[in-house]
Design a protein around this ligand. Sequence first.
Ligand SMILES: Nc1ncnc2c1ncn2[C@@H]1O[C@H](COP(=O)(O)OP(=O)(O)OP(=O)(O)O)[C@@H](O)[C@H]1O
Ligand SMILES: [Mg+2]
Length: 171
Amino acid sequence: MWFTGLSGSGKSTLAMALERRLFSEGYEVFVLDGDNLRHGLNSNLGFSPEDREENIRRVGEVAAMFANSGFVVLTAFISPYRADREMARQVIGQGYYEVFLNPGLAACEDRDPKGLYKKARAGEILQFTGVSAPYEEPEQPDVDLDTATRTVEDCVEVLIDRANLAFRLAD
Ligand SMILES: Nc1ncnc2c1ncn2[C@@H]1O[C@H](COP(=O)(O)OP(=O)(O)OP(=O)(O)O)[C@@H](O)[C@H]1O
Ligand SMILES: [Mg+2]
């Protein structure tokens, strides 16, 4: 399950909540989160278009490896470029499932859980997605979730239903 959306749209929150839920239903689950990977595997990458592409390329490869060994993989990256998500879809194959978290920029900026929008507006962070760098919305996501009008629990219910269906179909 490939989560995509602006900073603050809820990728990490929902990936973690869904991980717990899937785990309790007996699935082997693995979460790849930009918040962690950028400190480790991808610590040599910045936020230029080239580095964002390489960031997502590596994530797609690692996700495919885990998925091939039987894990349900949840990825939580802004992944702002359509072409990069398409590359991940190619590498991951049939099981790729795109979840667009779409509360709108205003809601994300209102939440600003890490204070990053404030810094971006003040010019302290450059190339910030949604403010000074583009976010290319998915054209045909498998799920489009407005996380501003739904609770975390509601969103998990929607996702678990879709996930169970998708996994049954893939069996
Ligand atoms: N329905 C919802 N789904 C997800 N998060 C929600 C929802 N409603 C409110 N929130 C809140 O929105 C915030 C989302 O922040 P989160 O860190 O998950 O975003 P993110 O997409 O991972 O951002 P980043 O790209 O910066 O890592 C959290 O504070 C969360 O509690
Ligand atoms: Mg996050």
